[in-house]
Ligand binder design. Structure first.
Ligand SMILES: *Cc1c(COP(=O)(O)O)cnc(C)c1O
Length: 456
């Protein structure tokens, strides 16, 4: 059979409220043309993020009922610990309420002012936690990643040359650890190869620098390795994950991604001295080490979810969805970043709307058109999110103007995606009529969340 079906049946439904174009025009104006201000109920298909927006399985819901809420040493903790150990092989496991809590503990325990942390690309909360303690977060992404039309297998890889230069220029004593983010969220959900992880580890070993994996989408990355890297084509995803983690000294995880839950995370490591520091901060910030920032029932649901994310048939379906979107966009000749990543499709707003200059934010023009046309909520990753200002207050545009459609896990079916494609096609046909926006209000930091726009 050629059709790849959703490998689940639906037992519970959540209604989607349909809206008319007129209603959406009114809602968007009320939201100051910033989709972050929209009520979720006013979005027909919500592709704002894949984080914490997934659907749990019947086994996860059943596991919730088994939650042991004892303060210390609960049964649910034992299950959680055993599962995370069986996947990662790490000796010490610390549950946190989400990924950024793990990052905060890591940064506070191991970094000091002036330290440097290389990564393929830091996720924004990782960067913020590193910078908050006065250290520098450095991105060392491979050159291929910036060529958006070139379909290469591992565009999330770290640039080994840049890593060597970074160590030479800063000195290993100023680099308490390096990181690799799998898949590379900020760089389009592109995967990292095991070959690259090994090579990075070899370089770091020469300088006694530990490696920490930002593991949010480790299962999606393991699937890419199985599909694209020689000698892994028949390996179970659990074994590939095990090999990935075998090169790491610690990991941070947001279970809101490949944990298939709505909240949760963990920090894990091998070193006993690190563990001692992590444990003390965990007790201070999150909770006693056997529950961290979570309820017993959350630990149960994560233990089930992590293993479900490593099921081959689930990943086949997950990646088929993203690839399906890419293939259809390709046939419509609509510009997007190639190849598609593991969790999202990125439309190229600059190529989509060449008549809108970067200071009028083509990404926002496209995001708002998708909402008005079909009630689809997406997000701009362009000059509003990443633009900087020079010392005269003039804006420097971001290197790319993208619009991300992120796919919640196990939530939407193929007909929802066909609808999304129809909406995109309609917007594409009428693209000449789309206008740009000006910013009428912006805060000092992270303006994309709360700024106001006015149409040109
Ligand atoms: C989501 C994410 C985080 C942070 O996790 P939260 O659970 O949102 O705090 C860190 N790194 C990457 C790559 C992520 O995608």
């Amino acid at each position: 059979m050629n059709t790849i079906i959703e490998p689940f049946r639906i037992k519970m439904t959540e209604p989607i409220r349909l809206t008319t174009r007129e209603q959406r025009i009114e809602r968007l104006e009320k939201a100051r043309y910033n989709v972050f201000y929209l009520d979720a109920e006013d979005c027909i298909i919500d592709l704002l993020t894949d984080s914490g927006t997934g659907a749990m399985s019947s086994n996860q819901w059943a596991a919730l009922m088994l939650g042991d809420e004892s303060y210390a040493g609960s049964r649910s903790w034992k299950k959680f610990e055993k599962t995370v150990k069986s996947i990662t092989g790490f000796k010490h496991i610390f549950p946190t309420h989400q990924g950024r809590a793990a990052e905060g503990i890591l940064a506070q325990a191991l970094l000091k002012k002036g330290d440097v942390v290389p990564n393929n690309s830091h996720f924004d909360t990782t960067r913020a936690n590193i910078e908050f303690v006065g250290a520098n977060a450095v991105d060392l992404l491979c050159q291929e990643c910036y060529r958006t039309q070139e379909s290469l297998p591992f565009k999330g890889n770290m640039d080994l040359k840049k890593l060597e230069i970074c160590i030479r220029d800063n000195g290993s004593q100023r680099i308490p650890f390096a990181m690799i983010t799998i898949t590379n969220n900020t760089g389009g959900g592109q995967p990292v190869s095991l070959e690259n992880i090994k090579a990075v580890k070899e370089i770091l070993n020469k300088h006694d620098i530990p490696l920490i994996i930002d593991a949010c989408r480790f299962a999606e990355n393991a699937f890419f390795i199985r599909e694209r890297e020689p000698s892994y084509e028949n390996m179970p995803l659990l074994d590939i994950a095990g090999e990935i983690f075998s090169f790491a000294d610690a990991a941070t995880m947001s279970c809101k991604k490949d944990g298939l839950v709505n909240i949760g995370g963990f920090l894990a490591c091998n070193d006993d001295r690190w563990a001692e520091k992590f444990r003390n901060l965990l007790i201070l910030r999150e909770g006693f080490p056997t529950y961290g920032g979570l309820a017993g029932r959350d630990l149960e649901a994560i233990a089930v979810g992590l293993m479900e994310a490593l099921e081959y048939d689930y990943q086949v379906y997950r990646h088929a969805t993203v690839r399906y979107m890419g293939k259809k966009l390709e046939s419509l000749q609509i510009p997007f970043v190639k190849p598609v990543g593991g969790h999202a499709v990125f439309l190229d707003a600059l190529a989509f709307l060449p008549h809108i200059s970067t200071d009028r934010y083509p990404g926002i023009g496209l995001v708002n058109s998708l909402y008005i046309e079909g009630g689809i909520r997406s997000v701009e990753l362009g000059s509003v999110m990443f633009g900087k200002t020079d010392k005269n207050g003039r804006e420097i545009p971001a290197p790319l103007e993208l619009v991300r459609l992120a796919f919640p896990r196990r939530v939407y079916t193929q007909s929802h995606f066909d609808y999304v494609l129809e909406v995109i096609e309609e917007v594409w046909k009428n693209r000449k009529d789309i206008r740009g926006y000006r910013i009428s209000y912006q805060p000092e930091f992270l303006r994309h969340f709360t700024c106001h726009f006015v149409p040109e």
